[in-house]
Ligand binder design. Structure first.
Ligand code: HSE
Length: 410
């Protein structure tokens, strides 16, 4: 059979890793697919830049529009990043009848295909390698934010615009895709509530540790009887949880489904090798299905596009969660009773509460507490009431707390 010809736009970390995998695994891939895969064309912004891949036999084009419409190319692989031009070229490729692959995640295949017979209730996990790497290095090794981010960029983990990693936007993109596959709903990026890691303090990390928790930046998608909630934010999780022990650039996604129960998918989530291998997995899917009737191929989002369900997308104040609160209070009798009284009136029970001794000559004390689960709207009302007290100084820090069921054995 004729070889499948690939045209790649962008030969950065992921592009070169994709070329390397296709070249070094060429014979195995041909045996698996029944035809060979050749990178025939590529398009780069600066052809004189040295690259970590062998481009012998690859025709370099200057104009990406020429690549996406080139008659010799079967599959266009878009790895240039960004939005406007990348979208324009992708649409042009599709209009020209090309198959299209863009940088994607291996975890998605496991959920799309491995759990096809299940009804999924929730998907929660660490889905940005850069953010997790920064958190691990800062919190465990005490390194400075800018230095760790620079290292993540050098290692090829970070997005071209690293604020996408730090502010949780990349995680929100991935959560929208995971939720679409898990629940069979349309892609809903704009419904994802997003908080980054920029406001986390060493004090909260230390407090969490003392209470037996670790702070991780999680993406959480839940389907309950009211609808679907989608959120990305720092979260306290018990140290005994598997997710609390995912460090560095590793990603892990915990899925709660009816037939399998809990399952956890773990692996490297950023960098050339992991991302390149996910791109190659998609190229293989397409190469295999080139001879298959379109209606018999694996649907991209796990179900056919015309079968996607519209479900209510819930705002963040409708979620139910436990909370970690930190507040500064004047050190005088009755403050603690006043604080706990306000929570009690709203029916919020407290799991743990602690007041630190004020420093010598200081008139303020820090109150730390963990609450049981409550609807977020009620918790926000309580926080507004507490912040209005004369005895509470400044804004109250709130971090959500999740207790998952999967425990680490031993
Ligand atoms: N910047 C992304 C991350 C790369 O750190 O997870 C993989 O999508």
């Amino acid at each position: 059979m004729k070889p499948v010809k690939i045209g790649i736009i962008g030969l950065g970390t992921v592009g070169c890793a994709t070329v390397n995998i296709l070249q070094t695994r060429g014979a195995e891939l041909t045996a698996r697919i029944g035809r060979s895969i050749i990178v025939s064309h590529a398009c780069v912004r600066d052809p004189s830049k040295p690259r970590d891949c062998d481009l012998t036999g690859v025709t370099l084009l200057e104009d990406p529009s020429e690549l996406v419409t080139h008659p010799d190319i079967d599959i266009v692989v878009e790895l240039m990043g960004g939005t406007e031009l990348a979208l324009e070229l992708s649409l042009k490729a599709i209009a020209a009848g090309k198959h299209l692959v863009t940088a994607n995640k291996a975890i998605i295949k496991a959920i799309r295909e491995g759990l096809a017979g299940n009804r999924i209730h929730s998907v929660a996990g660490i889905i940005n390698g850069t953010g997790n790497f920064i958190l691990s290095e800062m919190l465990d090794e005490g390194r400075a934010f800018a230095e760790v981010l620079g290292e993540a960029q050098q290692l090829g983990y970070a997005e071209a615009d690293p604020t996408f990693d730090v502010e949780g936007i990349d995680a929100a993109h991935k959560l929208a895709i995971l939720a679409s596959i898990a629940f069979g709903i349309p892609l809903s990026f704009s419904a994802v509530y997003t908080e980054g890691i920029g406001n986390l303090t060493a004090e909260d990390v230390r407090n969490a540790e003392k209470l037996g928790y670790r702070i991780k930046h999680l993406g959480i998608a839940e389907h309950n009887s009211q609808g679907v909630s989608l959120r990305v934010h720092p979260t306290l999780i018990p140290r005994s949880q598997l997710l609390a022990n995912v460090h560095g650039v590793m990603n892990a996604v915990q899925v709660q489904s009816d037939a399998v129960g809990e399952s956890l998918y773990y692996g490297a989530g950023a960098g050339g090798g992991p991302t390149g291998s996910a791109v190659v997995a998609d190229i293989i899917d397409i190469a295999r299905s080139l001879e298959t009737r379109p209606d018999q191929r694996v649907a991209l989002l796990g179900i056919r596009h015309d079968a996607l369900k519209e479900v209510p997308l819930l705002p963040i104040d409708a979620i139910e969660s436990a909370y970690y609160l930190r507040m500064q209070a004047t050190d005088q009798p009755g403050v603690m009773a006043e604080v706990t009284g306000i929570l009690g009136k709203m029916g919020i029970s407290i799991e743990a509460i602690e007041q630190t001794e004020p420093m010598q000559h200081d008139t303020q004390a820090t109150i730390i507490m963990l609450t049981h689960r409550v609807i977020e709207e009620h918790m926000i009302k309580v926080i507004r009431q507490l912040e209005a007290l004369d005895t509470i100084m400044g804004a109250i820090t709130l971090i959500r707390v999740e207790h998952f069921n999967t425990r680490q054995s031993a």
